[in-house]
Design a protein around this ligand. Structure first.
Ligand code: AMP
Length: 282
């Protein structure tokens, strides 16, 4: 049977209402489409935690700034639907922009805490847009559980904090990063990589691993490990490095003596393409 695809909030809600009337637990997998194995893994990961799964596909204009790639962001709905058909997804919610942001839309969300620094230094508008769309999707669908990838680790923390701060009645799950065979974290934007850049991109994960495994207990050791990762990225051929850092895994603040778990995070650029990766650090 073809996967039902809902274009309006009302139609999607009507489906959720039927499921809830039957006492079923509903899960949401938010995506921007151009689906790869990382996205599909989220559907598998959420499946044991709910009875029905909605996958949303929406390229959210609010999280792109004017100079970013909203117009050229990869879109292939037919391929996305074919890929989802082979998963445990029960329906797709794929609204048009005017359904999500009708004329006169003015509300914004202000963030602090884990939203400060890192991505925000480079993309100040980004998490405000993400928080807005996730909030809307959660409130539209009234799902019991939603899942986000560790690939976007800061985003995951921002969403967890928003759900806690706004008392949203939803459980947030996370899922590990799915990688290509050579270690490159899967991303919809990897299709932008040129043939020349692709082997360089593969080196990011090894440099991240060395950073994550470095002895970085003192501030001096940590800063030396970060500087080394930075240099290795440039030597490997990356165009520039947005950050290569070890942070408190819970807050993303600079680690202190009280920090109990750490996360290594790197964002480096190859031409116009920003590559993100992160992993647990010692
Ligand atoms: P996006 O379509 O890029 O907005 O991503 C939708 C969801 O998929 C987010 O929760 C991402 O963190 C997650 N995701 C993206 N890439 C991966 C990956 N390689 N492995 C696991 N999850 C991913």
């Amino acid at each position: 049977m073809a996967l039902p695809i809902y274009r309006t909030i009302a139609d999607m809600r009507a489906q959720v209402a039927t499921w809830k009337a039957d006492g079923l637990r509903v899960g949401l997998v938010p995506t921007m489409g151009a689906l790869h194995a990382g996205h599909l893994s989220l559907v598998n990961e959420i499946a044991p935690h709910c009875d029905r799964i909605i996958t949303s596909i929406f390229v959210n204009p609010a999280q792109f700034s004017a100079h970013e790639d909203l117009g050229t962001y990869p879109r292939d709905e037919a391929a996305d639907l074919a890929a989802l058909q082979a998963t445990k997804a029960d329906c797709v919610f794929a609204p048009v922009v005017s359904e999500m942001y009708p004329d006169g839309f003015t509300t914004a969300i202000t963030l602090d805490g884990p939203a400060l620094g890192l991505e925000t230094d480079n993309r100040p508008h980004f998490f405000g847009g993400v928080a807005l769309i996730v909030n809307k999707l959660l409130s539209q669908s009234q799902t019991d559980v939603a899942i986000f990838g560790e690939k976007d680790y800061q985003q995951l923390l921002v969403i967890r904090r928003m759900v806690r701060d706004l008392d949203l009645p939803v459980e947030i799950l996370s899922a590990p990063i799915i990688r290509e065979a050579d270690g490159l974290a899967m991303s919809s934007r990897n299709v932008y990589l040129t043939d020349a850049h692709r082997p360089i991109a593969a080196k990011l994960n090894g440099i991240l691993k060395a950073l994550a495994e470095s002895k970085a207990e003192s501030q001096d050791d940590r800063e030396a490990a970060e500087a080394q990762a930075y240099d290795l990225l440039l030597q490997a051929g990356f165009t520039s490095v947005d950050y290569a850092t070890i942070r408190d895994a819970e807050t993303l603040a600079v680690p202190t003596a009280a920090t109990t778990s750490r996360r290594a995070l790197i964002v480096a650029r190859l031409g116009e393409v920003r590559l993100l990766d992160n992993m647990a650090a010692r």
